[in-house]
Write a protein that binds this ligand. Sequence first.
Ligand code: UDP
Length: 329
Amino acid sequence: MTVLVLGGAGYIGSHAVDQLIDKGYEGAVVDNLQTGHREAVHEKARFYQGDIRDKDFLRSVFEKERVTAVLHFAANSLVGESMETPLPYLNNNIHGTQIALEVMEEFGVKNIVFSSSAATYGEPKRVPITEEMPTKPESTYGDTKLIMEKMMKWCDIAYGIKYVSLRYFNVAGAKMDGSIGEDHEPETHLVPIILQVALGQREELSIFGNDYNTKDGTCVRDYIHVVDLIDAHILALEYLQNGGDSNIFNLGSSSGFSVMQMVRAARQVTGREIKTKVVERRAGDPSTLIASSDKARNILGWNPKYTDVSEIIATAWKWHQGYPNGYND
Ligand code: UDP
């Protein structure tokens, strides 16, 4: 009885595997290591290196494992990059999900928890964003996530594959003991970049625009701790295994922090000067994204614990100090 984690060597997937094993689940991981790290995978999880678009490979994994449910994190995930090179996003995210669903259908696997994104909403008319608000992605990345959700919807109707789609807001932080964390090459995410400046690995943080219609002109995001995020995945898995119907939930902390507020919080946590300069806006960035997570709290019983951004930054800081060069250390 295995939970198969697609993309389980990535930042978020590796935390999922860690928490699944910790809770007593049997875990197996599929990852092509395009952006993931073998070292990030819990030693008790069986690891299969390969691409979810390779159907024979994926079938061979389902033949070896008695898969009861799939957690699907395997995707290209950068808003900015998806605007410059949309085709690999369409290929990996949409085609990859199609193959995963085809193999699930072949093997009679009926439950999938899916890593979706706030980018499915685009620029919201108002915040906090609730799940029934219109979806109008402003990036290729966001649109691929919405298409992937729709693919699962049709597979539910036709094959009874039940899904929970979790629309993440901004995920940050690391496991409390600092043993796994965020390591992208190149790094593009705000919190790790700020901390690389704090470590002296970068000169300064480029702030992408300070003329947005927000309190200080910089973009506002809702930051959620990766450990809380994975708690919601495990609750979603249990919800499906208890017969829950397909559903979509936002995952955020319900409060917004601007880029400048994040910099100030990081200065306090690290005690380091963090230089900034303002540059052009980044294509595809909405000005403000804040979640309403009431639905996840009410239906899944989710209760995020690390809602203070300083705490989120502090756990990421522990990881970055312990592994300044990521998994290459
Ligand atoms: N951001 C920034 N400079 C950077 C990286 C990010 O100003 O070097 C801003 C970005 O415009 C966005 C926020 O920080 O408003 C979070 O960006 P990130 O790439 O971490 O996550 P995203 O919102 O794209 O999922």
